[in-house]
Design a protein around this ligand. Structure first.
Ligand SMILES: [Zn+2]
Ligand SMILES: [Zn+2]
Length: 256
């Protein structure tokens, strides 16, 4: 693996490794995660696990992708590029040796905790009357979430909540390879909580501190609860967890 990494970074500029590669990785993660959610949504065997009955037509998926790719060009990729000099300045290393599995897992766990705290506060502030009307209502267009809708948002919201993905990197200063894994895992996790299915193999079944798809689905139905993207503790602690539909129970469906 070390040899593979050495070949990968050999002769590459810092701009390519710290800006272009993360931008490609985040986009490919979005596409693969969206494709997986499309497979789940179209598989007859998975329909028993659908949280709300509504299935979105192909036109809705196309509308979502058009919007997301426009805003990737105008906000997400510029944000990624803006992170490049910060990463280099902070000393995010690209050099060998690569970190071990335990170190990578520890960084990922800590990154989720940091991102979740930022995202909870940012997301909750976006539900203030002005911010909701001007910015956040776009993400709430779909009251029945589906995978690619994870990134369906106003560009300012992407910059604001997306900063939560950069924040753990700035604090923890992981190896570049770990940073790229974090970007992939965080993107897939965001899609997984919008997938609209409570799948039997979901991690939240085994780790009840995770909110999971149903937790975030209820946010899209009710708007004023379950703000955290990953863990349930901020909503429980600050009194914004949905009282009517705690983990494992659905809120009534609402027409989209
Ligand atoms: Zn959402
Ligand atoms: Zn919201």
């Amino acid at each position: 693996m070390d040899q593979l990494w050495a070949t990968f970074i050999s002769g590459k500029s810092n701009f390519f490794l710290y800006a272009v590669v993360p931008a490609i990785v985040v986009t490919v993660s979005y596409l693969t995660g969206s494709f997986a959610s499309w497979l789940i949504e179209r598989a007859p065997s998975q329909q028993a696990y659908k949280i709300q009955k509504k299935l979105h037509a192909g036109a809705t998926w196309r509308e979502c992708f058009r919007h997301v790719f426009f805003h990737k060009l105008t906000s997400e990729i510029p944000l990624t590029f803006a992170g490049y000099p910060i990463f280099v300045w902070l000393g995010v290393s690209k050099e060998l040796p690569l970190p071990g599995v335990v170190e990578v897992l520890a960084v990922l766990a800590a990154s989720f905790v940091i991102e979740d705290a930022w995202h909870y506060m940012a997301h909750r502030s976006l539900h203030a009357k002005w911010a909701y009307a001007k910015i956040h209502h776009i993400h709430h267009k779909y009251t029945t979430p589906f995978g690619p809708a994870a990134n369906f948002a106003h560009p300012l919201e992407t910059l604001y909540t997306g900063f939560g993905t950069l924040l753990p990197v700035m604090i923890l200063r992981p190896h570049l390879s770990t940073m790229l894994i974090w970007v992939v895992v965080r993107q897939w996790q965001a899609i997984s909580v919008h997938v609209g299915f409570e799948l039997p193999w979901r991690p939240s079944r085994w780790l009840p501190i995770l909110g999971g798809a149903r937790f975030h689905d209820v946010h899209h139905q009710k708007f004023t609860c379950n703000y955290a993207p990953t863990f349930i503790w901020w909503d429980r602690l600050l009194g914004t967890a949905d009282a009517a539909a705690p983990a494992g129970r659905a809120a009534p469906e609402r027409a989209n």
